[in-house]
Write a protein that binds this ligand. Sequence first.
Ligand code: R5P
Length: 290
Amino acid sequence: MSGRVFLAMPGNERMSTTLAERSGAESETIEMRRFPDREAYVRIAGDVKAKSVDLVCTLANPDPQLLSLIFAAETLRELGATSVNLIAPYLAYMRQDARFKSGEAVSSLHFAKMLSQHFDSLTTVDPHLHRRRDLTEIFSIPTRIVHAAPLLADWIAAHVASPLIVGPDTESEQWAAEIAATANAPHVVMQKVRRGDREVRIRAPDLGQWRAFTPVLVDDLVSSGGTMIEAVGEISRQGFTKPYCVVVHPLFAEASYATLQTLTARVASADTVMHPSNEITVAGLLAVAT
Ligand code: R5P
């Protein structure tokens, strides 16, 4: 019997099973429900004594997920797991990484501190690192980062003829440049000013010299969709046909996915968060990393 077991938090069964299969380990699910008053019930039914446990939980909806996740991690330790490691293909709360207005919570710091208290290690895919250079600046446990850029580049090379890789803001330059280099395509980056949770202002450089190319917007994540929708508008204003939109983390709040479907040639994403746009799987990279 294997000394390693993958455990899926609800909604993560497919990724957990795939990772377990690729690693030759066992895979189990956690029994979880809500009491009538909405408090969480968590039960680990399988035997985890003396086993190393990888808890799989993408954190796209962190507030309702966090307490159950902590209860699961603590229960695993009480039941004798030798280590409890978190695999979170999407790591939430990384964008509030500074106190932009006085009194604001720097939630990336608090979230990292909380997870560090309950897990032995963290593996994630392309966390949003902007003002922080590395997760080690905020996590006190070992962290592993998987980069999805090569997978996005492969998808673009296979689906788009003569792509022009477009980053909607300077923060996306890291992904745009790497994807462009791998896909052997040119890239440009737009300038963004954020005015509110949903509202951004984007200015594109003159794209006239790239008229023979197909624009492909790439970013680490779509949340409200404000960034992508505004970037698509800038591309359309310059007379291009509908661009492609390829992202790592498909959060797509509210009606943003439906809106982008009408404005773009195609929306594709990695499966760090389960979503109808998933066309790229990160399971292989995660299996190697863990
Ligand atoms: C921030 O710079 C990120 O890379 C994304 O561009 C941003 O978080 C997307 O957020 P939204 O979809 O709400 O504009």
